[in-house]
Structures are given as structure tokens and as C-alpha cells.
Design a binder for this molecule. Sequence first.
Ligand code: PGA
Length: 267
Amino acid sequence: MRKPLVAGNWKMNLNLREARELVAGIRRGRDRCADVDLAICPPFVYLFPMQKALDGSNIRLGAQDVFYEANGPYTGEISADMLAEAGVSLVIIGHSERRRTILNPEDDWTVHRKLLVSLAKGLDPILCVGETLAQRHAGQTLEVLTFQLSAALVGVDPGLAPRLAVAYEPVWAIGTGQVATPEQAREAHAHIRAELRRWAGPAAEQVRILYGGSLKPDNAAAIFRQPDVDGGLVGGASLNAEAFLEIARAALAAGHGGTYTRPGGPG
Ligand code: PGA
């Protein structure tokens, strides 16, 4: 049984006071989902204060990105060693908002290099993959996932599989309120697992595959009940401690084959 992982991707949100309050709220409710691995991924400048705020808890500190060089003339970039010094143990790589950013789009080669450096430096990657709406409509979803995974994982030691998480994030579901259906998630996650098996054989069973894209307390349970859904990468809903904890609780219930009931209604 894979232990569920629920990671909050704060993106470029919150001021420092709000960030501290959010962490305090998550810590207060941590007992409700003690058997789920929880992580928060704040903006870079909040990493040190959030390391302090998390002190003594088992909530992991993650970063939203990493640069692939060790050091040098890369204005504005942050290395894996710098992240590790800030207490980071996990890093999101290849988020679609970075793959598609207008200023500096990340191609698959960049994503691959970021994955390599993270693994080499002891940071556990959450590798994001997912299709656009146009690709889904063109029937290319599984092909896109295969391509993104193989481009990222080429030459990566399969022995490192237990440290990897993959987030299936359909681009059309991110921040839109349009969550994937449980069937869409099931199909994509099964495909990702099959691709991971081609890369790592039996070790692929240890990779956690997260769903991301408009996860909310009222839709998380149905998604988490699908086979091969091992948790979530949560954007908007991770900015609210209660919502984030409810999503983690849904992962817990699904991961243990239990029935999850939302307070005030069926899950
Ligand atoms: P969302 O973002 O939950 O706000 O859709 C998810 C993500 O981008 O990881």
C-alpha cells in the first residue's frame, strides 16, 4: 500500500502573515490525517520562515521549482543546494504553468535536467505531466503523457523510483474549477503506471501518482478512490487550511479502502 501524499502548491499567493497562519491552521488539524504525507510548497522567499513555522512537525517543505545548474551566473535562479539549506526535501518539477510561461517556457529537456539535479541532491521530485484541452480533444492524451514521462525519465536510474512522485495534471483542469472525471483520472493514472513499469519494472509500484487540477473537498474523494491515485497536488484549495486538511482526509480514507464522508454530506 502506498502512503498517500497531498502537497499544497501555493503558487504566487499569500503574504508572510497569511502564510504563517495557514501553516498554523494545518498544524492544528494535522492529527485528523496523520497517516497521509503532507507537504506545502510556498514561494521561494517564504521557505526559511516556513521551515521555522513547520519546526517539530512532520509536514514536509517543498519548493515550486529548482534550477538545474549547481551555481553560477544565473540571475534569479535557485539551486538544489540552496533549497536543501532552507529545509526543502521535495520539489515540483515541470508544472504546466512553468512549461507554458510566456517569459521562459520550460521544454522537456529542461524538465529532465531539473529532475536529474533534484535526485542527485537529495530532493524528492514531483514530476508534473498532463495534456492541454486541444490535445485531449485530438485524442492525444495518452501519447502526451508517454512523451512527457519518457523525456523526463530517460537515463534516470530506476532504483530511484521510490523517491519519485508523478502528478497527473490535465492543463485544462488547473485553476479552472473543471476537475477531471474519476474515469478520466483512472485512465490517465493507469497509463502513467504502465509507463513507469516500462521504466522501472516492479519498482514502479512505489511511485506515488498524484492527481492535480481543481481538487476540492467535495470532489477529492471520488478521484482518490480510483486505483493508482495516490494523493493530490492541490493549488487553490491548499490556501485554506480546512479545505487542504479535508482533501488530505479524503486521501486517507481512500488509501485505506475506507469510506469517506464529508462533514454535512456524502463525500
Ligand atoms: P488548482 O491547481 O488546484 O488550483 O487547480 C493545481 C496545480 O496547479 O497544481
